[in-house]
Design a protein around this ligand. Structure first.
Ligand SMILES: Nc1ncnc2c1ncn2[C@@H]1O[C@H](COP(=O)(O)OP(=O)(O)OP(=O)(O)O)[C@@H](O)[C@H]1O
Ligand SMILES: [Mg+2]
Length: 229
């Protein structure tokens, strides 16, 4: 069974008295362990598609099936649980919590889980520290986001997205605010974690330099898939 299936998904947004057709019938299948990129010009529907895959939003028409369940049949509570337990998000603007340090930011999603993923305090600390080490921030563990560079903040966001061991990590323009070398480093870290943990990664990008890290590339234009390579 594929991890995710998107079947002929359409998404309209109301805009005044008209509708914007952000996605006009998109189908794709995501397997566990995939590492792929969604590329396309501004406005082509990349963020809209990631939001559907991540259960942040419902399609207007068509289906999104996660682990064999059609998400349009799920309650808000069930969707919240899928987001918390199955999906990690990395946003363009990092979305770190400014008053928390690196360790606390990475730990935060685990504290939201009622059962703390069945982990003891000690196991939580070990997992948090291991991830911080894997993204190369061991020496910055007590720094607050304002005391880090853009690339370092994005690495905190990656560690935070992975701490709950989600099946899938969605990254919307994860390199957009970074210089090209830092952006490539971020992709290399994501690709390494994909190989170590078999976590599925889907990232959108404008940056042709980072496409070489993708195992699959989906090109969107005007809300439709133009090609897949
Ligand atoms: N909440 C909304 N209300 C109305 N229109 C929207 C909304 N969100 C997106 N759109 C429109 O849907 C289309 C697709 O937007 P989307 O954000 O998915 O594009 P994108 O490929 O992510 O663009 P970018 O590269 O600029 O981030 C655009 O025409 C956009 O203006
Ligand atoms: Mg976008």
């Amino acid at each position: 069974m594929p991890l995710i299936e998107v079947k002929n998904a359409k998404k309209d947004y109301p805009l005044g008295k008209t509708l914007v057709h952000a996605l006009r019938g998109v189908s794709l299948t995501v397997e566990q362990g995939d590492f792929f990129s969604i590329v396309g010009p501004s406005g082509s529907g990349k963020t809209t598609l990631l939001n559907l895959i991540g259960c942040i939003d419902h399609p207007t028409e068509g289906e999104v099936i996660i682990d064999g369940k059609n998400i349009s049949h799920l309650s808000d509570k069930e969707l919240t649980n899928i987001r918390l337990y199955k999906v990690g998000f990395i946003f363009q603007t990092f979305n770190l919590i400014p008053v928390l340090n690196v360790r606390e930011n990475v730990e935060f999603p685990l504290l939201l889980m009622k059962d703390k993923a069945g982990l003891t305090k000690k196991e939580i600390n070990e997992r948090v520290e291991k991830l911080i080490e894997e993204v190369g921030l061991k020496d910055f563990i007590t720094h607050k986001p304002a005391e880090l560079s853009g690339g370092q903040r994005q690495r905190v966001a990656i560690a935070r997205a992975l701490v709950t061991k989600p099946a899938i990590v969605l990254a919307d323009e994860p390199t957009a605010n970074l210089d090209s070398e830092t952006g490539e480093n971020i992709l290399a870290i994501m690709r390494r974690l994909n190989e170590i943990e078999n976590t599925t990664f889907i990232f959108s990008t404008h940056n042709p330099d980072v496409l070489k890290y993708a195992k699959r590339i989906i090109r969107l234009r005007d809300g439709l898939i133009m090609s897949e390579e």
